[in-house]
Design a protein around this ligand. Structure first.
Ligand code: HEC
Ligand code: HEC
Length: 282
């Protein structure tokens, strides 16, 4: 190796290591200001914005957009928007809830988003959510058709006056419900089940081996759950019973501290398949 090359390589390695140590120190000693009241620096903001835009563009590229015309679709989208989105994003003449104003990053005014992002991108963001922002994923709460209804409504949103938006207020907000299986329930898939654990707060209450962030002990650890003869000490452990437990623990064991989380049948089947992999005897 030529001498200058070696010097350059050493300089790079040393600078890299120093940057790593400095970054590590900022994190370890708690110097990074994680409060929501301290705005991101322009550089961090720009980095996050770019990561979001590029990521969404790439991942939504093969989303197929259905027909978004039709009064019924838009009407339904309007109801869903009011029930699930306006609290954080507001609407023409309607402010978000106080807690949403305290979020950092601030939820965008979706009138602007509707003008700048494609239908496929809006669908993807709504379905998948955005990490570290407070934007929830809706795919386990709304069926794809319902998400498309919201997207269809967002297409007309920029044209609505505040009065027109308010007139759409019909007072009856549909409850959040898990998507109906639509008759084509597929066999439980352990990988899908592992992902779904993050969508129903399971990770906030249970220690689950191999699942990041799941190390809490509000409920029993799920390590070795596949080997246990009974679920919650009451129900014989079969795949069908596990599904029932996940969907309505309160019906199986009235007064249990495990809440009914609105888990859909498909998600329950997937999660049950994942839990079957948590055996200690294998
Ligand atoms: C709990 C608050 C909250 C709720 C409820 C919520 N969002 Fe968001 N949303 C956010 C936050 C925070 C962001 C990230 C900041 C940003 O880019 O707007 C975001 C971002 C978005 C974006 C990307 C905006 C852009 O211009 O990049 C879209 C699209 C979106 N949300 C759609 C929806 C839809 C549709 C609903 C209802 C089904 C919804 N959101 C419900 C908080 C929320
Ligand atoms: C708010 C906390 C909380 C959340 C969220 C929660 N659980 Fe539980 N879970 C509990 C508690 C508490 C128990 C013990 C219930 C009992 O025995 O009455 C329990 C029991 C269980 C059991 C039976 C364990 C055994 O040893 O028999 C399983 C399996 C389980 N939970 C899975 C899940 C899954 C999967 C999710 C997500 C869909 C979830 N839980 C969400 C608190 C929670």
């Amino acid at each position: 190796m030529k001498r200058w090359m070696r010097t350059a390589a050493i300089t790079l390695a040393v600078t890299g290591a120093a940057a790593g140590v400095a970054g590590g120190a900022v994190v370890y000693f708690g110097w990074y200001d994680i409060s929501a009241t301290s705005p991101h620096t322009i550089a961090v903001h720009h980095l996050m914005d770019t990561a979001l835009s590029r990521g969404v563009k790439m991942r939504s590229a093969d989303v197929e957009v259905p027909d978004l015309q039709g009064a019924e679709r838009i009407q339904n989208g309007s109801r869903l928007y009011r029930a699930h989105c306006a609290q954080c994003h507001g609407g023409p003449g309607v402010a978000p809830q106080p807690y949403a104003l305290g979020l950092n990053p601030t939820p965008a005014a979706l009138v602007g988003t509707a003008r700048t992002r494609s239908a496929a991108e809006i669908f993807w963001i709504t379905r998948q959510g955005i990490k570290m922002t407070g934007m929830p994923a809706w795919r386990h709460r709304l069926a794809d058709e319902e998400i498309w209804d919201v997207v269809a409504f967002m297409r007309v949103l920029p044209a609505l006056t505040a009065d027109e938006y308010r007139r759409g207020e019909d007072g009856q907000a549909p409850a959040t419900r898990a998507p109906a299986p639509g008759g084509n329930l597929r066999a439980g898939n352990a990988n899908a089940g592992r992902d779904a654990l993050h969508q129903y707060m399971c990770v906030a209450c249970h220690a689950i081996p191999g699942v990041p962030g799941a190390w809490n002990y509000v409920g029993p650890s799920l390590a070795g759950i596949a080997d246990r003869p009974a679920i919650a000490g009451t129900l014989p452990h079969t795949p069908e019973n596990m599904k029932r437990w996940l969907m309505s623990p309160d019906e199986i064991k009235p007064g249990t501290a495990m809440p009914n989380l609105g888990v859909s049948e498909q998600d329950a089947q997937d999660i049950a398949a994942f839990l079957q992999t948590l055996s200690e005897s294998r």
